[in-house]
Ligand binder design. Structure first.
Ligand code: PEP
Ligand code: MN
Length: 245
């Protein structure tokens, strides 16, 4: 791995303009961010929870890009989401784990990004089926070859659950890297762990594999009060303790 891993960080969700701005400023001051992340369309497993601030929050991300000169990324799951993010010139998009598992959704997303140079980060599918991940990559390569593709390993849903919220199954990350050695691969210990006290051991394991080009890690100014993924977010200050670099 390169000595300075690429760091994608920011809150799980964009909750307010003040929250995203202050977080981005703090991360920049700590020299701890390459790409700022914040979800604006939140794929909740069950309805009735906070589902994101949608287009209002895209305006905040656009302002972070122009005023702080920091590129941003957010999740897209439908062509309508893509249309909105392109309108606000959001630099990078990630495809969430539940979406990667759906070939129809992936095909539509690839079609909607055809001809653009957007950076697209494809998370692993929620179930441990490497072919769904490979298929999603192949669909993008065939339909939208101009996009800049990268991959995020965020762990898999298994039953019964073990220590982690989502099982890493490191072998799948090793295999995807063998299949697509030219694509950057990032590790997302936040969603794997589901618990901030387990982040460090996952990072240490990820580092030891010499497989990843960087990390996606959720940071929140006040993790206890986060509207989504409360248990796994850390403060920007705590990033240093993870010993990523
Ligand atoms: C996220 O990154 O906040 C998210 C919802 O991701 P995933 O698709 O990995 O659950
Ligand atoms: Mn999250």
């Amino acid at each position: 791995m390169q000595t300075q891993p690429y760091l994608i960080t920011g809150p799980c969700s964009a909750e307010s303009e003040e929250q995203v701005f202050k977080t981005a400023q703090e991360l920049l001051a700590l020299n701890c961010v390459d790409l700022f992340r914040a979800g604006v369309f939140k794929p909740r497993t069950r309805p009735g929870n906070f589902e994101g601030n949608a287009e209002a929050a895209l305006e905040w991300l656009k302002n972070i890009q122009t005023q702080l000169n920091l590129p941003t990324c957010t999740e897209v799951a439908t062509p309508k989401h893509v249309e909105s993010t392109l309108k606000y010139n959001i630099t990078s998009l990630w495809i969430g784990t539940r979406t990667t598992a759906s070939p129809f959704a992936i095909q539509e997303l690839a079609q909607s990004l055809k001809g653009t140079q957007t950076q697209v980060l494809i998370k692993n599918p929620i179930n441990p089926d490497i072919n769904l991940w490979i298929g999603a990559i192949e669909r993008f390569l065939a339909t939208a070859p101009s996009v800049k593709l990268s991959l995020i390993h965020r762990g898999f849903s298994v039953y019964p659950k073990s220590t982690y919220r989502y099982e890493p199954i490191w072998e799948i990350a090793q295999k995807i890297k063998q299949e697509f050695p030219e694509l950057k691969l990032y590790n997302d210990p936040s969603h794997m762990a589901g618990d901030r006290t387990l982040l460090k051991e996952i990072v240490q394991k990820a580092k030891s594999l010499d497989l990843y080009d960087g990390y996606m890690i959720e940071t929140h100014l006040n993790p206890e009060k986060a509207l989504t993924d409360q248990a796994q977010q850390i403060t920007p200050d705590q990033l240093k303790e993870l010993d990523l670099r």
